[in-house]
Design a protein around this ligand. Sequence first.
Ligand code: KG4
Ligand code: ZN
Length: 351
Amino acid sequence: MLILGIETSCDETAAALVRDDRTILSDVVLSQLEEHRPYGGIVPEIAARAHLEHVDRLVGEAMAQAGVSFADLDAVACTGGPGLIGGVMVGVMTAKAIALAANKPFLAVNHLEGHALTARLTHDIPFPYLLLLASGGHCQLLAVLGVGQYRRLGTTIDDAAGEAFDKVAKMVGLGYPGGPQVQAWANKGDPTRFALPRPMKGKPGCDFSFSGLKNAVRLLVESRPAPLSEQDVADICAAFQTAVAESVADRTKRAIALFTETWPEGKHLVVAGGVAANTALRAALEKAGAAGGLTFLAPPLNLCTDNAAMIAWAGVERFRLGLVDGLDFAPRPRWPLDPTAPKARGAGVKA
Ligand code: KG4
Ligand code: ZN
């Protein structure tokens, strides 16, 4: 079985070809970093235009690299949401057009399901498992029970973890995206020099919060002589990164307890999303997993961040179960994986 995947929900235009034997035949990603960098964040209108400009070429590249034609496909999958709606529309329109022209089934994949199922592409693990999804737009703990079957154990009540990294980077004068730069500076800093809160630590449940921590960093920056010295920048980044890692590890420990009690057959803790690149966070999660009896798994970085191989793979998983969509599918700006979970409270929450 061969599936074409297309991803356009955020600031990466991507296309990939994946087979049901877990072979990635091609996986091309075009990051729009340079288009958005001057604005210090993603501008939805610019993103949508860039997707439109590049998606056809990227699909062509993915097909050429894999050495296949549309006639060889079993189905065409694309991200149907959640995400920036202008971009999602571009991907959905493209995938529908190919499906219609080549007379192939069309699959609208939930972007979060793409992230959630990646561990089965890279590591072939069985259901159920516990997933921490931490990216620029999401911060969730999910029990992954099967294709289309998710229980949300926790989510952010305000900002996503990656967004907090990006905002803190901006506050201390580092560029966009902030995560990698905050990590690099944190490596040179002393995490104990400045005291920052550990949001939600010790609180019941598994929800996250980052806006209070972000605000604490803002107050700290304002309390220091301007411009910040290099040592101040390094120490603030180190304090912030440690606070995030401790907070996320605390929330994840609670989720592990809940998960292993409810689904004792589950053996794995998996991470996905760009924030999973953070080495301090990974170390904290590996420890939390081991203490709770779960094996920690992180897909390679290029499959943790947004890509189309995960969309094609989710397409494989859905297509094997006969879960195809009609060409009347409408792009969904919001699309929670667990419809039974209560709505998250804060602003900026995308699912
Ligand atoms: O998954 P992703 O590539 O895109 C989506 O948001 O969907 O995640 C990007 C986010 C950004 O907020 C970026 O700052 C963060 O991941 N990030 C990191 C690191 N690398 C990327 N955050 C912390 N530490 C990192 N090393
Ligand atoms: Zn994503």
